[in-house]
Design a protein. Structure first.
Length: 232
């Protein structure tokens, strides 16, 4: 089941990239494992179809990596959830990249963390694209100042921007939010990665320029009829 789901997602990613005239091989898939069982995560990692995994809590990622042993080293682990400053040093130890940097205070805490095997910690700057109070991230107006501040941190490397689109119906309604993030990237961080798009809307995100999509429920849920019909 999981392998069928992964093949369907890869097929959909490729089709979306081709519709947009983009190179399908340049689009990266992050498997969001926070609601998956350890057995499911193990199967996905053993498949070789995933190169990056994402978790939202530091302690959960640490437990999973410990339980998976050497298998955990097959993928890069990315921090996808809101990160509290007091957990920054532990996060820098557990994760290979932090995708939710939303303040210079957090950047400073990450920058002061000891890095074992690498000189720089890759980070994404999270941008808040909607007015929801529960949404984390720098506003578009705050973004230039935050980018400049994080760029001054000697042990952090800004890879790009990340955002979570609001949950709207129909799903096509989220397209302007993805376009807005792409325009912010082009204006303030030319050449940087765009991490946008989740299980519900990743095809739209790819069409609008996403380089990295975060998919969880479509991997770890029952396969749809479409997935059973998709090419292997």
């Amino acid at each position: 089941m999981l392998i069928d789901n992964l093949k369907q997602i890869r097929y959909s990613m490729r089709a979306a990239a081709q519709r947009a005239g983009r190179n399908p091989d340049a689009i990266r898939l992050v498997a969001v494992t926070k609601y998956a069982s350890l057995e499911q995560v193990r199967a996905v990692l053993e498949s070789g179809l995933v190169e990056e995994a994402g978790e939202s809590r530091v302690q959960d990622a640490e437990k999973r990596k410990t339980s998976l042993g050497n298998l955990a080293g097959r993928v890069r682990w990315r921090m996808l959830g809101h990160l509290q400053t007091n957990k920054a040093k532990k996060a820098a130890e557990v994760f290979d990249a932090i995708d939710t940097v939303d303040s210079d205070r957090l950047a400073a805490a990450l920058d002061s963390a000891p890095l074992a095997a690498q000189k720089f910690l890759p980070v994404l700057i999270q941008v808040k694209l909607s007015s929801r109070e529960t949404q984390s991230g720098a506003t578009p107006e705050e973004l230039p100042e935050l980018l400049a501040a994080v760029a001054r941190r000697p042990h952090l490397k800004i890879e790009g921007l990340m955002a979570i689109a609001p949950h709207l119906d129909p799903v096509e309604s989220v397209r302007p939010y993805f376009r807005a993030l792409r325009e912010l990237r082009d204006r303030h961080l030319p050449g940087g990665l765009l991490s946008m798009g989740m299980s519900r809307d990743f095809e739209l995100a790819i069409e609008e320029g996403s380089d990295m999509v975060r998919v969880g429920s479509q991997i770890f849920s029952q396969p749809s009829t479409a997935s059973l019909e998709a090419p292997a």
